[in-house]
Design a protein around this ligand. Structure first.
Ligand SMILES: Nc1ncnc2c1ncn2[C@@H]1O[C@H](COP(=O)(O)OP(=O)(O)O)[C@@H](O)[C@H]1O
Ligand SMILES: N[C@@H](CCOP(=O)(O)O)C(=O)O
Length: 338
């Protein structure tokens, strides 16, 4: 099947904080910071990527993470790649900070592909929501990102616990099947994210991890990960012990020394602080009262920004775009071969 020129879809996807301490590669929390995309199928051949502002170093060709994912998904869905494609990006999730920007980009690409196909099939009115196959989007995103914690939170919203099906029950699709349980965080919990100016690539942070951990540490971690699901949903008073980790933070300390110093200082003061994702941002799972008092640290070499983004209860959403209604001011664009 081929996509009709003029078909256009808008997608909004939230950021995420992964791990939350002991939930390495499995537990995620959606954050109320969003990236917006519009994909438009064009008659004129070629690819146009409008990056918007503050996207230095992001490519505008087929290697753009959203474009690459979208095209890969169209292939997998048996849709012909369109001759012409325009992608408009309005990003507010800061890249390389441990807030799941790459997972959100991959989720957006998969959702755009699924929505373009469905929007086409359902011929929805402009402005109406296009229901997504979230299992498909979640499976693709986890496989391409390499771990499901960020992507599942961006797909489903709220707090997510994800696991990948092992090979006992092989999945017929081209990607491993990911299962996700969605949990609702306790209403008194407010995430505070302390975001430094510095960046750390997840790839670099993952390279610092050892191939093996002591059995005793794995056992300690399992207890805290189990406690985390209880504390975050029902008993916020237990969040300090519930956010203690043995699998990744100490092993990466050198890669984000200032962030670990901040985590240590906050935990000394009784705050449930952990590295957000692979860092270098710091996540505090605070109570609402404590969150109001938390401030960005000052006086050190690094400048920190303090965010209180909230937790969206839904994840990625797609609507049939109303052409003419802009996602924002259009920046200079460049056409490349598709
Ligand atoms: N919205 C986006 N559009 C295009 N590429 C992106 C986007 N977000 C992230 N990326 C790519 O992913 C990289 C950051 O990914 P990663 O190191 O995993 O950090 P993060 O913790 O933000 O996910 C960026 O340098 C960029 O190459
Ligand atoms: N479990 C992953 C999470 C990476 O999160 P990101 O937001 O930094 O991409 C890890 O710790 O490597």
């Amino acid at each position: 099947m081929s996509l009709r020129p003029g078909a256009a879809v808008d997608v909004r996807v939230p950021a995420s904080s992964a791990n939350l301490g002991p939930g390495f590669d499995s537990i995620g929390l959606a954050l109320g910071v969003f990236d917006d995309y519009r994909a438009i199928v064009r008659e004129e051949p070629g690819l146009v990527v409008d990056l918007g502002e503050d996207a230095q170093g992001v490519p505008v060709d087929e290697t753009h993470l959203v474009v690459a994912t979208l095209l890969r998904c169209l292939d997998a869905l048996g849709e012909e790649r369109p001759a012409g494609l325009e992608l408009v990006c309005r990003n507010t999730i800061r890249m390389g900070r441990g807030m799941g920007s790459s997972a959100a980009a991959i989720v957006a690409g998969a959702a755009l592909a699924d929505a373009l196909r469905r929007g086409e099939a359902s011929a929805a009115e402009p402005g109406t929501e296009i229901p997504l196959d979230l299992a498909f989007v979640g499976d693709v995103a986890a496989a391409l990102e390499g771990h499901p914690d960020n992507s599942s939170a961006s797909v489903f919203g709220g707090m997510t616990v994800s696991w990948v099906e092992d090979d006992v029950a092989p999945h017929a699709g081209p990607w491993p099947r990911v299962h996700t349980t969605c949990l609702t965080p306790h209403p008194d919990v407010e995430p505070v994210v302390l975001v430094p100016t510095s960046r750390l690539s997840t790839h670099t942070a993952r390279a610092a991890l050892p191939a093996q951990v002591p059995h005793a540490h794995a056992a300690l971690n399992a207890a805290r990960a189990a406690l985390l699901t209880h504390a975050l949903t029902s008993e916020p008073a237990s969040l300090l012990p519930a956010t203690r980790d043995w699998l990744h933070q100490e092993q990466r300390r050198e890669a984000y020394a200032e962030s670990m110093a901040l985590v240590d200082a906050l935990r000394e003061q009784g705050h449930a602080a952990a590295i957000s994702g692979a860092g270098p941002s710091v996540l505090v799972l605070a109570t609402r009262a404590a969150a109001a008092d938390l401030q960005a640290p000052e006086g050190g070499a690094t400048t920190w920004q303090c965010l209180r983004p909230g937790v969206p209860s839904v994840g990625v959403v797609a609507v049939r775009a109303t052409l003419g209604a802009s996602l924002g001011e259009r920046a200079a664009v460049r056409r490349v071969d598709l």
